[in-house]
Design a protein around this ligand. Structure first.
Ligand code: LLP
Length: 384
């Protein structure tokens, strides 16, 4: 069955562009809030997934906080009206000006990733006569069973403080007077569909809490990061991920200390399914043994297939013709500029509109201007 898109409205627009179904976004937000509220969990949307100002505004209106990884993201969130006390700031390479921006705006928490960073945050806070709230991002050494490029919680990854160094960092913290330890932070990876990985994370966090307790330490906040995957094969079947099952794992398996607050940082699961890249067929090229559908979008608009070998479902919105196999490619001068090989589409003609689905997360935000191309524009279902 074909998905429902306002094709007549699309015809007047210059392709390629992103199209966002704001109804679906709002439903997703209502559901994630409802499920999180059952346990008092706090949600900080991972801005890296999509920082389109309208998307940020809708997310902020629904009461979520923001997880930022750069000064630019902090600014984008403040511009979209997020209260600073709902902003957390992670990243292995926070520059001094970015730390200052967080301090000046009194953000909720710095998720610190190394001893060296803690020393710098302490210094910058001291210069301002402030005490910076920090959580230690710990590398939990839990395998997320996802693509290597988006696995973050293994010993060899650059993220977080290694478990073996935690005691040393806690010793260091005792001497740093301008930082205050308010939490622990974890993130094991992205596009995780095997939920048992999160169970492994819970077990590791319980062990860490025990070792902290030996030092009479109970932190008020535990942040489990993001990572819940979406169904790229069937974007319409489970358009809203099963947040209920996801939170239930943490509720069941984390041994919380009294009055500890649990936080999450979902990105993809919030915005992934509400966005599609709409592109036009420029040419159908008959190779010697293959047919190519050449689109006006390339990896400059959506890099995930080229970069992670990611699958995105494609639909020909303007043809009911028989199914034919194509290699679907873009116009960029690189062989990796291919959205899929041997993809079945309703027979394609020049001018047909193709929807590349599940592109709301890590789509528009990862666009580039390679080949001097213009950045794609986003349109929204409720204002088109
Ligand atoms: N928190 C932290 C610390 C993260 O590093 C990430 C993602 C998230 C939260 C959000 O994860 P999500 O819920 O979206 O899985 N560009 C890649 C994904 C990179 C994810 C990086 N970190 C892709 O297109 O698949």
């Amino acid at each position: 069955m074909k998905s429902v898109f306002p094709i007549e409205k699309f015809r007047g627009l210059q392709t390629p562009f992103y199209y966002y179904n704001t109804g679906l976004l709002r439903e997703t937000l209502a559901l994630v809030r409802g499920e999180a509220d059952k346990y008092g969990y706090r949600i900080h949307y991972a801005v890296k997934a999509n920082a389109n100002p309208r998307i940020l505004t809708i997310i902020r209106e629904n009461g979520l906080g923001a997880d930022c990884v750069s000064g630019g993201e902090i600014r984008a969130c403040l511009d979209a009206g997020f209260p600073a006390d709902k902003v957390v700031f992670a990243g292995v390479g926070k520059a001094d000006w970015e730390i200052d921006l967080g301090l000046d705006n009194d953000i909720f928490c710095f998720n610190a990733e190394s001893a060296a960073e803690l020393v710098v945050i302490n210094e910058r806070a001291g210069l301002k006569g402030k005490v910076a709230p920090v959580a230690l991002r710990i590398n939990p050494e839990v395998d997320a069973h996802t693509h290597a490029y988006i696995t973050t919680g293994l010993k060899e990854n650059k993220f977080g403080i290694n478990l073996s160094q935690l005691e040393g960092v806690l010793d260091l913290l005792e001497g740093l007077k301008c930082v205050r330890l308010i939490g622990l932070h974890f993130h094991i990876g992205s596009q995780i569909t095997d939920l048992s990985a999160f169970q492994g994370l819970c077990a590791r966090v319980n062990e860490i809490q025990v070792s902290l307790f030996r030092r009479h330490l109970i932190v008020p906040n535990l942040n489990f990061g993001g990572g819940l995957g979406i169904d790229y094969e069937h974007p319409d079947r489970l358009a809203i991920p099963d947040f209920g099952a996801y939170f239930a794992i943490f509720h069941k398996h984390v041994a919380l200390r009294p009055s500890q607050v649990v936080h999450f940082e979902p990105g993809r699961s919030i915005v992934g399914q509400c966005g599609s890249l709409i592109t036009k067929v420029l040419y159908v090229k008959e190779g010697s043994y293959k047919k190519f559908a050449v689109l006006d979008a390339g990896f400059t608009e959506l890099i995930r297939p080229a970069f992670y070998q990611a699958y995105h479902k494609m639909e020909n919105l303007t043809s009911e013709g028989p199914l034919v196999r194509y290699d679907v490619v873009g116009p960029i001068c690189e062989s990796s500029d291919c959205f899929g090989k041997e993809v079945e589409l309703n027979e394609v003609c020049r001018g047909d509109l193709i929807a590349i689905r599940s592109a709301g997360a890590y789509g528009e935000i990862m666009a580039s201007q390679y080949n001097c191309r213009r950045l794609p524009v986003g349109y929204f279902s409720d204002t088109l």
